[in-house]
Structure formats: structure tokens, C-alpha cells
Design a protein around this ligand. Structure first.
Ligand code: ATP
Length: 310
């Protein structure tokens, strides 16, 4: 029988999925280059700071711009690698194990010997002097990872939930000698970006960093029969907070109108009012503005005609 990770859909999860889905509808999927850059820097800073990298966002920016930075050489290398790994987001297939290995090789280039391959030895997570997680034996790792990817390929779970479950299960397996946190977070972003491209631009890692203690706790209290329910709730909360607190581009009313017209050029004013959530008079005002500025043209009669986007 194929593997199914244990978790429960709680009311909190359902509510967060609804809240995030609603919020995401108001954001641009298109690239805004300045924000893309700002948010990518926040992402890289956040995901590396969780693991103890000391570079500031200014230093991460300098590395991105190819400027010299006074900092430990391996930390600068971590930043370079993470920047390259996040640049791969458009080309990686979230359901391919080979692509995971490729991402890991990029994330760990020049830092450890075992790059782009599963660990050969034991692994664990240590807090102070205490081992808080003993990862499964190395021989089992390829099978466990394959089972997890098979689940990801075939599940009809909502991507918001599936990506959190994947993230937790991945950290539990701890497939690599190092870089499990960074690669797991990258993979969740990858899965989410295939659902809504805006996720490439959302610095979720930055908010995870803000709640680093809670992130570790959510992993620690997950597991057993109850599965990763607490972790799913935690990460969905982080995504919801990212959507409300970070600088991301909101769609304007006119952009929503143009999108609706692109889908249906004969859409009526009343229908547009429904889509945008404003009055028909409000729609009229925006249609006039769009026509005046040359973005939109009416062809044919008022009743039977169509809109043409210029
Ligand atoms: N109790 C736990 N069980 C499993 N995984 C955990 C637990 N607590 C934390 N983790 C995960 O393990 C990650 C740390 O693993 P690992 O050291 O391989 O990652 P990393 O990206 O290389 O970090 P570092 O730069 O510190 O080496 C954390 O970021 C978190 O995702």
C-alpha cells in the first residue's frame, strides 16, 4: 500500500486555507522586479539566519551585487549558494527526486563533501547538548524519500496543506548530511509556486525566522499518530502573516477589470461589478479611465459589442 503521511484537517487548517486563498487572489502573479529583489533578499536572509548564518540583509544584498563582504567565507558561500538555488525555482520539478538532489547540490556546493546525494551515515537534530531527533537509518532514506515523492505526485490534497506535510516529513527523514532545513524550506516554496507563482516572491522564510523557536517546537510536537497537524497549522499561520505584513504588490481595480475582460470580452458592467466588488457606476468610472488612457476600446454597440484590450 502506498504511503500516506498522518495528519488531520482541523477547523484551524480549513480556516487558514480559506484566509490565504482569499488573500492571494488580490496579489499580482506578475514579476515586479524591485519587489522581487527585496523579497528574495529577505527570503535568503531568513532561511540562512534560521541556521545561524550571521550575514545581515545589507550583506546579503552586497553578495547579490557581487560586492566584497567582510564575513566568514563559508557564510558568504551559503548566501551565494542559496541565491543560486532560489534562481532554480522556475526550472525544478517539485515531484522529481533528481531535481531535489540538484537543488541540494546547489545549496551545499563547496560547503560539504556529500552534495547532491543522500547521506551515508546517521543524522539527528541537536538542541544544546540534547539530541531532539534521531533521523531514520541511512539505508532507508532513498525508500522513504521515494514514498514521500510518490505521495506528493498522487495526492489530491490542497497544495497549501500538501506543501506543509511535505516540509515536515522531509525534516523527519533528514535525507542529507547537512542542509535539510534550507532545502526543505526551498521545496515548500517550490510546491507552492506551482500553485500560485506569487509564492516565488513571498518571503515566508523571513517570518519562519521571526518565529524560529515556534518552528522548531512545531516540528518537535508533531509526529506519532497525530502526525504533522501542529506543523501544518504553524506554517499556514506563517503564510497568512506573510501575506498581511510583507511588501507585495496588490492588484488595482483596473487590473482586475482588464483580467476579467481578457477572460470574457463581452462581460457586462453588472458582471464586472460582481467580479470587482464595486458598484456598476464605479465600474463605469474605471472603464472610462481605461478607454481614455488607450488601454481599452469598445467595438460594436453598447448592448451587443465587445471590449478590446489594446
Ligand atoms: N525535532 C526535529 N525533527 C526533525 N527536524 C527538525 C527538528 N527540529 C528542527 N528540524 C529541522 O532541521 C533543520 C536543521 O537541519 P540541518 O542542520 O540539516 O539543516 P541546515 O539547513 O543545514 O542547517 P545548518 O545550516 O544549521 O546546518 C531545521 O531548520 C528544521 O527544519
Amino acid at each position: 500500500m502506498s504511503y500516506k503521511p498522518p495528519y488531520t484537517i482541523t477547523p484551524k487548517i480549513t480556516n487558514l486555507v480559506a484566509q490565504i486563498s482569499e488573500a492571494i487572489g488580490g496579489y499580482y502573479a506578475h514579476e515586479n522586479l524591485r519587489l522581487h529583489r527585496v523579497n528574495r533578499i529577505k527570503t535568503i536572509h531568513g532561511t540562512l539566519a534560521i541556521e545561524g548564518n550571521t550575514l545581515s540583509t545589507e550583506q546579503v544584498t552586497a553578495v547579490l551585487e557581487g560586492k566584497p563582504v567582510v564575513a566568514p567565507i563559508n557564510e558568504v558561500q551559503e548566501v551565494r549558494n542559496a541565491l543560486k538555488a532560489y534562481e532554480l525555482l522556475d526550472t525544478l520539478d517539485p515531484c522529481k527526486v533528481d531535481d531535489l538532489l540538484k537543488a541540494h547540490a546547489t545549496m551545499e556546493a563547496g560547503l560539504i563533501d556529500e552534495i547532491g546525494c543522500f547521506r551515508k551515515g546517521g543524522a539527528g537534530v541537536v538542541s544544546g547538548k540534547t539530541v531532539i531527533h534521531y533521523a531514520p537509518d541511512a539505508e532507508r532514506v532513498p525508500f522513504l524519500v521515494n514514498d514521500l515523492f510518490e505521495w506528493l505526485r498522487t495526492t489530491d490534497e490542497h497544495p497549501l496543506i500538501a506543501s506543509c506535510v511535505f516540509h515536515y516529513e522531509f525534516e523527519f527523514i533528514h535525507p542529507f548530511a547537512d542542509g535539510n532545513g534550507r532545502t526543505g524550506r526551498l521545496w515548500q516554496t517550490l510546491i507552492l509556486s506551482r500553485w500560485r507563482p506569487i509564492f516565488k516572491n513571498l518571503p515566508i522564510e523571513n517570518i519562519v525566522y521571526k518565529y524560529q523557536k515556534e518552528y522548531y517546537k512545531a516540528i518537535a510536537v508533531s509526529g506519532g499518530k497525530a502526525g504533522c497537524t501542529p506543523f501544518v497549522e504553524f506554517i499556514l499561520g506563517v503564510i497568512a502573516e506573510t501575506l498581511t505584513t510583507q511588501e507585495i504588490t496588490r492588484k488595482t481595480t483596473q487590473e482586475i477589470i482588464l483580467e476579467a475582460i481578457a477572460r470574457n470580452p463581452s462581460i457586462t458592467r453588472a458582471e464586472l461589478a460582481e467580479v470587482v466588488g464595486i458598484s456598476p457606476d464605479g465600474v463605469k468610472y474605471h472603464l472610462q479611465k481605461l478607454t481614455k488612457s488607450g488601454r481599452l476600446k469598445r467595438v460594436g454597440s453598447t448592448r451587443r459589442g465587445e471590449w478590446v484590450i489594446e
